[in-house]
Design a protein around this ligand. Structure first.
Ligand code: FAD
Length: 399
């Protein structure tokens, strides 16, 4: 039994490790390079569709630049459609020691924001992280790639999979999936053919649907990105830019608000003489409507509902920032961005609840399979889905 996994990010690395552990012959194709972790920022691939969408193309995929946030998302929703992830969530949380960082890892800026939120009547909770506090020396650089080996990424899963015999082929994009009579046969990277009995497609919500479209499947619709803006202003010498980002969050309906520094705010506040260390900020993130689609080009826009949610979240963020001591005259916002693209090969649309497409032996596990925007960090849920898929393949195909 030969399995090919396409992509080594959240979905791909997890399923690859699960299968390799049980003695299955696994080959992982990764489009990007294996880099030093602290150089991960060099692998960003940013799409400008009106909303700026960010991913990284490298071994470890976009897990290399996360904030280390580890939240169960859509658990009830998945259960309602027949996917119970409780066991897989628990297994992953135990393995990665998911919990909030200790108080020693909360800086002055975050504390001020938490106190201000509470005094205005908002419930603010600490965010569970997959960050080892003993290795983490707060530097504010999670999204660049961790230089201290403190933040978990799927590079660890890939290394483990390799110990169990899996083969990683980096710098090698899969360019085509080979299907004959509705059955999987393998993949192509340009003119080289690789045969497989099973292919698991985990190339992320932009590339996965493009590969599916080439096989004739109707993927690529309903793109969401969890649209966000960062609202910020000046609080002199707060040094928030060096703190662990997003250490706490407020959830109101489809809006999440969390402490967040953005260098884009500094650029906007040059006229006030702002320096990096003078900025305090909050991210306002929404579960956006699936208004986008992926073809050769990517289209994504904010609907009226999305704009309403972003406006409401930004108003709350402005109030909290002002209460924290930010000069309200300096309050400003970034443009809209999205770091959680998904929905483009959704369960119930392109794959069934076992994540198999109409092509026998062709599975998908990555953010594409979410039927709706989580409005919150999706990695933990992708890991749970990938673990569940690994178990399913082992049970169905091997025993
Ligand atoms: C700055 C930032 C911070 C974030 N912080 C968090 C956080 O704290 N917590 C959280 O839960 N989420 C976070 N996210 C989101 C999270 O990283 C992604 O949602 C998640 O990694 C998506 O997983 P995936 O498997 O769909 O895709 P990815 O992890 O992006 O993996 C896709 C992989 O496929 C590879 N690939 C693409 N095309 C091909 C091809 N043709 N052939 C072979 N390989 C291919 C890519 O190079 C990549 O390695 C963050 C995202 C960003 C940008």
């Amino acid at each position: 039994m030969n399995v090919i996994v396409i992509g080594s990010g959240a979905g791909g690395a997890t399923v690859a490790r699960e299968l390799a552990k049980s003695g299955i012959n696994v080959t992982i194709f990764e489009k990007g390079p294996l880099n030093k972790m602290e150089k991960s920022y060099q692998n960003y691939e940013v799409l400008n569709t009106g909303i700026e969408i960010s991913q990284t193309v490298c071994v470890g995929g976009t897990t290399t630049v996360t904030m280390g946030n580890a939240i169960r998302t859509c658990e009830k929703y998945f259960k309602s459609i027949g996917i119970n992830l409780k066991k897989e969530f628990q297994e992953i949380e135990d393995e990665l020691c998911v919990k909030p960082l200790p108080d020693s890892h909360f800086g002055d800026g975050t504390r001020k924001l938490m106190n201000a939120a509470e005094s205005l009547g908002f419930e603010i909770k600490k965010i569970p992280k997959f960050i080892k506090p003993q290795n983490c020396k707060p530097c504010g650089k999670c999204a660049f790639g961790c230089s201290k080996d403190a933040k978990w990424t799927t590079v660890e899963f890939i290394e483990e999979a390799e110990k169990y015999g899996a083969k990683l082929i980096d710098n090698t994009p899969v360019t085509e999936i080979i299907v004959e009579n509705d059955e999987i046969k393998g993949v192509k990277s340009y003119d080289q053919v690789f045969n497989a009995d099973i292919v698991v497609l985990s190339a992320g919500a932009i590339e996965t649907p493009r590969l599916l479209q080439k096989t004739g499947l109707n993927a690529g619709n309903n793109l969401f990105v969890d649209t966000f803006v960062t609202v910020g202003g000046i609080l002199k010498n707060i040094k928030f830019n060096k703190e662990v980002q997003m250490n706490a969050f407020i959830k109101i309906d489809d809006i999440v608000i969390a402490p967040h520094y953005s260098s884009l705010i500094v650029e906007k506040l040059h006229k006030f003489g702002a320096r990096k260390k003078d900025i305090l900020g909050l991210m306002v993130k929404i579960a956006d409507e699936p208004s986008g689609n992926v073809r050769e080009n990517v289209i994504k826009y904010s609907t009226m509902k999305d704009i309403g949610l972003l406006a409401k979240g930004s108003a709350i963020a402005g109030a909290i920032l002002t209460e924290s001591g930010v000069d309200p005259v300096t309050l400003t916002s970034t443009y809209a961005r999205g770091a959680h693209p998904g929905g483009t090969a959704a369960i119930g649309d392109v794959v069934d609840i076992d994540l198999e497409t109409k092509v026998k032996g062709l599975y998908v596990v990555d953010a594409s399979v979410f039927p709706k925007a989580p409005g919150a960090p999706p990695v933990l849920t992708i890991l749970a889905l990938a673990k569940r898929l690994g178990k399913h393949i082992i049970k169905e195909k091997i025993s």
